[in-house]
Each structure stands twice: as structure tokens, then as C-alpha cells.
Design a protein around this ligand. Structure first.
Ligand SMILES: *Cc1c(COP(=O)(O)O)cnc(C)c1O
Length: 366
């Protein structure tokens, strides 16, 4: 069977080298595995120029587990989080904060606009009790890029702390602790760093982590306890996803060899441009204006045809070896195509050819 081409926001296509790194079985107590964990942490900190003031705490599970661990450990019981939401992931951050019993307020910008830093300023000026701001770097539910520099600037200038969910952008879009004030940034193994799914990580200001003792609502999602245990023993607190860590270490080494963040961004940009131009040729329109489109995932208007059915379209495209992603907008019929993973423009053209052929088959070519 030919490997499927995943045009999704993760899990995504990984390289043969990354997959081969999972052939070895590691003992979780073994010093070689501990060294691997430590190296992954150092490599992640280097990506944000954070080696001096930040600490990497890895967390088992998907990205959401790491978000929940970060909020539950960094937001004090007496704190209040303002979530800047423009899609499903922002709303999820608000929901999990509410569910763990912390105070949360949502500034909702709808599904089609980036966060407006001037509105953020008004929220912060109006409510002294807000201690932290949460934001999604690239809102994966549409592909909107939020203006992270301006958001970080406003948040810091008004003396609040910023927690960034950079899950779908980390490693591809620039993010440096040298020029951007933030308390923590959250990522996961299976997005732009092109590892396999199974772990997230929080890069957190060491000072903030030191203050997080005893705060977490959860035994297993306690960032402070994970960190302390790791400091003492070099080990993860509970069973680590050993093969995932090994694959991630290899994936990050390949990332560095490719040229790091600028090279990753350039490849994804090329993928995204090939995709959007190709869709236009097929008669399909992307949903977001170019200025707010991150080169991560593209939301596409479904053909305006009475018989449009995403599931049928999906299955037919899948039969041609290409995996697409459903839309997540509430008001408009869309589907999504990811630009990230170990893929290039020629893979994008293969994906486009499959989409075009299926639309022809379905009699929906416009
Ligand atoms: C992928 C993603 C997450 C985490 O989702 P999981 O399904 O838990 O891995 C969180 N935030 C954003 C913006 C994402 O793209």
C-alpha cells in the first residue's frame, strides 16, 4: 500500500528517518533515554532563544494535555485568564480553564478575524483582576494568523502575563523570547516539527515555574511536579512515550539540518502558495484573505452545488491516496487542507490533482 499523503494539521506525514527512529526500544529508567529527553528539551528551548530564562517541561499526551497542564499550573487559584478567541482552540482553552475551576473571561473575535490588540488593551484596562492572557498563535480551526507581537506587547505593557498556544505554528513561525515577552509557549510533537503524536511541551519562564508548586488541579497534569521529578531523576514522572521522544529527537535534528525555522517556513509557504494557486485553477476559493492566512492550514469554500457532501468527497479523494480535513466553521460549508508535514510543492500538486479529479467525477467542477 502506498503511504497516504496527509494534508492535515497533524498527525502529519513524517520522514522515513523519523519513522526509523522508532525501531529501538528504550527503557524509561535508562540513562541513554534520559539523555534523549534532556536533548529534546534543550533543542526546543534553542528554537525560542530561551536557554537562559526558560525551562522545557514535556508532557505525555496530545497537545491539549499540555495546554491543560500549563493553565492549571501557571494560573494561580486567585488568577483570572482572559482568552483571546477566534476559533475552536481558543474556545477550548477557555473551556478547560472553566472546567478546572479557574476564573476565565473570553474576548471573542468571531471565526473570521484576527485578534485585535486594541480590543485586548480595552479588556485589560477595564478589568484589573485579569492576571493572564491566553492566545492561539495560529488558530488551526481556520488558519488565521494572530498578531502575536502586538498581543505580547500590549499584554506586557499592562503588566499581565501571556500564555501562547503555538501548537500549530511552533517551529515554523518565528517566536523568540529575545524580542517577545511571554510567560509560556505550548507546542506538541506532531505539528510543524514533524514528529509523531504522543507528547506536548511547555516552554515556561523558569521563575514562573518555580512559583507553581501545589497549584495544579491534577496529579498527572502537574507541570511543577513533572519538572521537579525530572530535575531530581532525569526521568519523566510517569511512563514516557519513549518511541515518540526518540522520533521527536530525530525530527528536530532534521529540522536543524534543513535550516531551522526560516527554512521550515519557506517550505510551508511554498506549499501554501502552490495550494492556493492550484485551488483557484480548479475553481475553488480559499476562505481567508491572504494577509491573515498563516501558511499552516487553508480553509477552502466547498463547491456551491446542491449535492455537495464532504464525506463522499473525502472518501473519493482518500481512494486516490490523499487525506483531507473537514471544515470547522459554523456558518459556511468548507473543508481544510494542511500545508505542514514532511511534504513539498510536488506533494501539494499531487493533492490538487486528486481534488480536481474527484470534483470532475462528482460533476462539481466549477
Ligand atoms: C493541534 C492543536 C492543539 C492540540 O490538539 P490535540 O488534538 O490535543 O493535539 C491545540 N491548539 C492548537 C492551536 C492546535 O492546532
Amino acid at each position: 500500500m502506498q503511504a497516504p499523503l496527509l494534508l492535515t494539521p497533524g498527525p502529519l506525514v513524517t520522514s522515513a528517518l523519523t519513522k526509523s527512529a522508532m525501531q529501538h526500544d528504550w527503557g524509561s529508567w535508562d540513562s541513554d533515554f534520559n539523555a534523549l529527553t534532556a536533548r529534546v528539551g534543550q533543542r526546543l528551548l534553542a528554537i525560542i532563544d530561551g536557554a537562559d530564562n526558560y525551562t522545557c517541561v514535556p508532557m505525555q499526551g496530545s497537545g491539549t494535555f499540555a495546554v491543560e497542564a500549563a493553565i492549571g499550573s501557571l494560573l494561580p487559584q486567585s488568577g483570572k485568564l482572559l482568552v483571546l478567541a477566534n476559533g475552536a482552540y481558543g474556545l477550548r482553552m477557555a473551556q478547560l480553564t472553566r472546567q478546572i475551576g479557574r476564573q476565565v473571561m473570553v474576548a471573542d473575535f468571531g471565526e473570521t478575524s484576527p485578534v485585535d490588540p486594541a480590543v485586548l488593551r480595552r479588556y485589560l484596562e477595564a478589568d484589573e483582576s485579569i492576571t493572564h492572557v491566553g492566545v492561539i498563535h495560529c488558530e488551526t480551526s481556520t488558519g488565521i494568523l494572530n498578531p502575536i507581537e502586538a498581543i505580547a506587547g500590549e499584554t506586557a505593557s499592562l503588566g499581565r502575563k501571556l500564555i501562547i498556544d503555538s501548537m500549530s505554528a511552533f517551529g515554523a513561525l518565528p517566536l523568540s523570547a529575545r524580542n517577545l515577552p511571554f510567560e509560556a509557549v505550548i507546542g506538541s510533537s506532531n505539528k510543524c516539527l514533524e514528529g509523531v503524536p504522543g507528547m506536548g511541551f511547555v516552554l515556561v519562564r523558569t521563575e514562573a515555574l518555580e512559583q507553581a508548586e501545589g497549584r495544579s488541579h491534577s496529579l498527572s497534569l502537574d507541570l511543577y511536579a513533572q519538572w521537579r521529578y525530572m530535575q531530581k531523576t532525569g526521568q519523566w514522572r510517569y511512563t514516557p512515550p519513549t518511541h515518540v521522544v526518540a522520533a521527536f529527537d530525530s525530527a528536530i535534528a532534521q529540522y536543524e539540518a534543513e535550516g531551522g525555522q526560516p527554512a521550515r517556513l519557506a517550505r510551508y509557504r511554498a506549499n501554501c502558495e502552490t495550494l492556493i494557486a492550484g485551488l483557484k485553477d480548479i475553481g475553488l476559493a480559499s476562505f481567508l484573505p491572504a494577509e491573515i492566512q498563516a501558511p499552516i492550514i487553508v480553509t477552502v469554500h466547498a463547491p456551491k452545488h446542491p449535492a455537495w457532501n464532504f464525506n463522499e468527497f473525502y472518501q473519493r479523494v482518500k481512494a486516490r491516496g490523499v487525506i483531507l480535513y473537514p471544515g470547522k466553521l459554523t456558518a459556511v460549508e468548507t473543508f481544510r487542507v494542511g500545508c505542514i508535514g514532511a511534504i513539498d510543492s510536488s506533494d501539494m500538486r499531487r493533492g490538487l490533482a486528486a481534488i480536481a479529479a474527484v470534483l470532475d467525477e462528482m460533476g462539481m467542477r466549477q
